[in-house]
Design a protein around this ligand. Structure first.
Ligand SMILES: [Zn+2]
Length: 199
């Protein structure tokens, strides 16, 4: 027999749940009391539990909603961007002006850790200026190529963006990795602008 800590009744050991953390290997309160305590706890924490449940349900709802309405949401975002383009631009400009130092510090830090980022950006900028980046380009794939460029190699346009006879596009299939030496040789052969940014 063991006396329950809560109801103070002496009850057979079978009336107690096993608890490896306690000294005698059993819970200090009997099963009947545990049931009551459990209910009391649930009542006391009802709001908290409900909030949690609601949070989980809400999250899973959002997940499935986003998945189902992916195309709609993209179209909506496009419309929104078109509609508020000027406002957004003004807002960005203001935000930039107000946080100039912090933002440029962030950027410098990011570029320090991701050197390929600048190379991709300047390569894309050149391609854009030369009107060689098609609208349908897979921008993520482009970034991936620059991100994965082996050290000591450069990303090169197989067909130069501004070749003598034919001009290539700034697209993944027109990119290759070359050593700077190979790229230099190529630059001599083609128009100099055919080589992309090397540093
Ligand atoms: Zn009890």
């Amino acid at each position: 027999m063991k006396i329950c800590f809560r109801c103070k009744e002496a009850k057979p050991l079978s009336e107690y749940t096993v608890d490896n953390k306690s000294k005698d290997g059993l819970r200090s309160t009997c099963k009947a009391c545990n049931a009551i305590l459990g209910k009391v706890w649930v009542t006391a924490n009802k709001d908290k539990l409900r909030e949690k449940g609601r949070g989980e349900r809400w999250k899973s709802y959002l997940r499935s909603y986003r998945k189902e309405h992916k195309a709609d949401r993209a179209a909506e975002a496009r419309r929104y961007r078109a509609k508020y383009r000027d406002e957004v631009r003004a807002h960005r400009r203001k935000h930039y002006a107000e946080n100039k130092e912090q933002l440029s510090a962030y950027r410098a830090e990011y570029i320090k850790n991701h050197p390929w980022f600048n190379r991709e950006a300047s390569s894309r900028h050149r391609a854009t200026v030369l009107q060689r980046t098609p609208k349908w380009v897979d921008y993520e794939a482009l970034k991936e190529i620059f991100r994965n460029c082996p050290k000591d190699m450069v990303v090169d346009h197989i067909i130069p963006l501004r070749g003598k006879n034919v001009s290539g596009l700034h697209v993944p299939s027109n990119l290759q990795y070359l050593t700077p030496e190979e790229n230099g040789k190529k630059s001599n052969k083609f128009v100099i602008e055919g080589a992309c940014e090397t540093t």
